[in-house]
Each structure stands twice: as structure tokens, then as C-alpha cells.
Design a protein around this ligand. Structure first.
Ligand code: PDD
Length: 287
């Protein structure tokens, strides 16, 4: 159990027990908000600038006129790390279209103040059991909306998919559209076959993962072969290796898909090497 956290709400640092948001908040009534999750290792932020840029893009795509000052946002993240003594874990950030004082499908006036919330989570992210043992996934239809490139707080379907996976004895779900894997419920998906890494190309069908971008740069540094294209479940079942990337998971091995053992059922060498280099490079650049 975590002790009472200090969180950030609209310009103030307050105890989590005192941080309240209106029942009319657009985030609550319409899932009208965007978020970012930035990982902390050794008290430092991994990939902060990438998350900040994606936040600005998500806000822009939803026509939310919110000024994001990179240096101020960095200070808030660091202050929360300091106040909550975070060594390993995450900073969750959410911005919504604010509180119009009533429910209406139309957006409130542009000068309606947004709601901005940040809070910390303690979580072991380095040397985890998952990294050594791997994850089992099952496939589910991808029933999400068509703008998955925007990081909205509309997470009900991924949450249902995760529960379906758990009910089937797996850890996560890979979502499938027209026979091709899109991504995991909260991560990007990869397979490796004959030394080649295959991951879905960027489009509105998937979130443009900050970890994905960095991991693909690492693959290039390691002179690994990468193909960015959709892949089928059938390809995945007979892959030599599979893994998933996300801010808090880095690269996590996938050892089983729909009951098919991947490779020898153990984390594979490509994912392991990428994870090691990813951590090395990102720790050097951590803020
Ligand atoms: N999830 N795809 C989806 C659908 C995601 O929700 C996420 C992130 C990713 C990976 O993106 P990144 O590498 O930028 O973390 C891909 C976050 C971690 C979450 O919802 O907790």
C-alpha cells in the first residue's frame, strides 16, 4: 500500500485526499481528455521530451487549446518525484477539456480552463519477473475507435480486453483488425522471424509509442533488420520470438500467443538485447 501521495492539480500540489474534480468535468462525462505515462528509473525521467511532444500532438488533434511549457512540465514531474520519493515508477499526467458547469455534447468555450492532473505510482520497472519469465497473450478483436494515434483516456475497450485475457489465464491481449495485429492493450507489438523484427507501421490504427521509436533506433544501432508492416496472427504463432514495448515495460517478452508457444517458450535474445541497449541509452539521457 502506498502512503498518502502528494499530487498535482491545476497549479497546486495537494494531498491525494484533497484533490477533487467536478462531476461536470469533460474527462468524467465524455472521456474528453488525453494522458501520458512517463517512467522513472533511479529518480529520473525516461523519454520525457517524447512524451511532452506527443502530449502536445494529442491536444492539437482534439482541438484543445492548452499551452504546454516543456520546462514547467518537467519541473512539475521532478517536484512530484521529489515529494513522493519515487525511485522506480511512473508519473501519470492527464489533461481534460475542463468543467463547463453542465453536460453538453458541444465543446465549452475555448477559454474554459482545462483540468490538469499528475500523480506518481511506485512500481518496480527494472529487473522484473516479467522480463525474466515473459508474458502470455490472447488475441481479441480490436473494437476501439479509429484514432488510436491520439492518447485519449478512452480506455474502456483495452480494459475489457485485458480482463478477457486474464479470464483466459493470460496476461494481456493482442488486438486484431482484419486479421492483422494492431497492438497490445497498452503496448506496441513485435515478432521476430529469421532474425527480422516485424512491427506494425505507424498510422491512425496504433499509438505511436515513445518506447517503440527508441527501441527501433536501438535496433538500428545493433544493425538488426526491421520491417514496419502489419503482421498476421498466423505469422505470430510461428515466430521465433515476440515482445511488446511500453514506457513502463521497456521491452517485455511474449512467450505464448493463443496457446501457441513462441520459440522455446523463454524470453528471446533479440528482445533481451534491445531491452539492455534501450535502458543503457535512455538512462544516459534521463532527466
Ligand atoms: N500505454 N499502445 C497503446 C495502446 C498504449 O496504451 C501504450 C502505452 C503503448 C506504448 O506507448 P509508449 O511506449 O509511449 O508507452 C502502445 C501506457 C503506458 C498506459 O496506458 O499505461
Amino acid at each position: 500500500m502506498q502512503t498518502m501521495r502528494t499530487v498535482y492539480l491545476n497549479g497546486e500540489y495537494v494531498s491525494e485526499s484533497e484533490a477533487t474534480v467536478s462531476i461536470f468535468d469533460r474527462g468524467f462525462l465524455f472521456a474528453d481528455g488525453v494522458y501520458e505515462v512517463t517512467t522513472v528509473v533511479d529518480g529520473k525521467l525516461i523519454g520525457f521530451d517524447g512524451h511532452c511532444e506527443r502530449l502536445k500532438r494529442s491536444l492539437g488533434e482534439l482541438h484543445m487549446k492548452v499551452e504546454i511549457n516543456r520546462d514547467e512540465l518537467l519541473d512539475i514531474h521532478r517536484e512530484l518525484i521529489r515529494r513522493n520519493g519515487i525511485d522506480q515508477g511512473m508519473i501519470y499526467l492527464q489533461v481534460t477539456r475542463g468543467n463547463p458547469g453542465d453536460r453538453d455534447f458541444a465543446f465549452p468555450p475555448e477559454d474554459t480552463p482545462p483540468t490538469m492532473v499528475l500523480f506518481t505510482q511506485h512500481k518496480q520497472v527494472v529487473d522484473t519477473a516479467i522480463e525474466k519469465e515473459g508474458l502470455k497473450v490472447v488475441s481479441v478483436d480490436d473494437l476501439r475507435w479509429g484514432r488510436r494515434d491520439i492518447k485519449t483516456v478512452q480506455l474502456l475497450y483495452p480494459s475489457l480486453a485485458k480482463m478477457e485475457a486474464k479470464a483466459k489465464g493470460a496476461d494481456d491481449a493482442w488486438m486484431v483488425q482484419d486479421g492483422f495485429v494492431t497492438e497490445g492493450t497498452s503496448n506496441n507489438a513485435y515478432i521476430v522471424k529469421d532474425g527480422k523484427i516485424v512491427t506494425r507501421n505507424l498510422s491512425n490504427d496504433i499509438l505511436h509509442g515513445i518506447t517503440r521509436k527508441s527501441v527501433l533506433t536501438c535496433a538500428e544501432l545493433l544493425q538488426m533488420d526491421v520491417e514496419e508492416r502489419p503482421f498476421t496472427l498466423e505469422e505470430a504463432y510461428v515466430a521465433d520470438e515476440a515482445f511488446a514495448t511500453s514506457a513502463s515495460g521497456f521491452t517485455n517478452p511474449i512467450i505464448e500467443i493463443d496457446g501457441h508457444t513462441i520459440g522455446n517458450g523463454k524470453p528471446g535474445p533479440v528482445g533481451d538485447r534491445l531491452r539492455a541497449l534501450y535502458l543503457e541509452e535512455n538512462m544516459k539521457a534521463a532527466l
